[in-house]
Design a protein around this ligand. Structure first.
Ligand code: MG
Length: 322
């Protein structure tokens, strides 16, 4: 382990990083890129698309908090699924006691969960069910995964993605993202992480999945150098591979939390999710203390999020041997 990582609080990095990114993007969701060329976002703002005050996080963070909350009781897909139902139906872990955004596949999957379909079978498995709805909420699972062997890591990512998104494309995107996060936590620098995955990710997926024809969709991440692309080659729509590519591109082409998350928002389109997915990794790289204090002070439920991070830390502390 790299010495600079010894005093880090990855629990706060993950929970604050993703929710701050989410909140930065919420007012601008669905705005196209031309809007931002004329007036780039440079700070936390409010209102806009959903008319929410500054610092309001959305479904991405709510569902990630639901997952984190479930993990404080150990790994149990039923518990995670029940928390997702509570979020959608009872506004559990919402910023201001309101669910103002939910993806189509997620909403369909939660209907299945209510009908008692087993969580690992609830998500859509059609090729059209590959929005970024499981990628946006999966990062807290890293605390459970990080010390497991590869086959178990993949199995758990697959199960947790499948609660809402069961197609191999979504599962592979989530697995890539989690491996990226895990390697950062091992103390690798971001470019080494990227190179390690370029050399090994394809082989692991070939080993872990019986059908891996969809891997060609990951070609730009795995075989090209995504960080060398210009912004006009980076898509920021709701497709899970686009969101993954955009977030890795934002992280690799910037040098701070603030720069990475603002770059994600300024891509336009699915601004909150691109920035949430970017923000989780950026906070793991730079630490949650690198998040502008002004933004932290605006974040809804920050005390509750801090408390959740501490409870999650207490749950997993024994893994660190401290
Ligand atoms: Mg959202």
């Amino acid at each position: 382990m790299n010495i600079q990582h010894l005093n880090r609080d990855y629990f706060k990095d993950v929970l604050f990083g993703l929710s701050i990114g989410d909140a930065l993007g919420v007012p601008f969701e669905f705005k196209n890129r031309d809007y931002f060329y004329a007036q780039p976002v440079t700070d936390m703002e409010g209102y806009g698309t959903y008319n929410q005050p500054p610092g309001t996080f959305s479904d991405d963070s709510s569902m990630a908090f639901c997952l984190a909350e479930a993990l404080t009781h150990g790994y149990d897909v039923e518990w995670i699924a029940n928390n997702f139902i509570s979020w959608l139906h009872n506004r559990y872990w919402t910023a201001h006691d309101e669910v103002f955004d939910v993806g189509i596949s997620t909403s369909k999957a939660i209907r299945q969960l209510v009908l008692k379909v087993p969580p690992v079978l609830a998500g859509g498995a059609d090729v059209s069910d590959n929005g970024n709805g499981s990628l946006m909420r999966i990062l807290p699972l890293i605390f459970y995964l990080r010390y497991l062997p590869e086959t178990e890591r993949f199995k758990k990512v697959s199960e947790v993605s499948s609660i809402t998104h069961r197609h191999p494309i979504s599962i592979t995107a989530c697995y890539y993202y989690m491996e990226f996060a895990r390697l950062i936590m091992e103390g690798e620098n971001k470019m080494s992480v990227y190179k390690i995955l370029q050399s090994g990710f394809k082989d692991s997926v070939n080993k872990l999945m019986s059908d891996h024809s969809h891997l060609q969709l990951f070609d730009r991440l795995l075989n090209k150098d995504i960080h060398t692309l210009q912004s006009n080659a980076i898509e920021s729509n709701g497709f899970v591979v686009s969101t993954l590519e955009a977030s890795i591109w934002c992280v690799l082409t910037t040098g701070s939390f603030k720069e990475a998350t603002l770059k994600a928002v300024n891509l336009g389109g699915d601004t909150d999710t691109t920035a949430a997915v970017t923000g989780g990794l950026a906070a793991l790289l730079y630490g949650w203390k690198a998040i502008p204090v002004r933004w932290m002070n605006m974040l809804a439920k920050r005390e509750d999020i801090n408390d959740l991070a501490e409870r999650l830390k207490a749950t997993f502390e024994h893994h660190y041997g401290v």
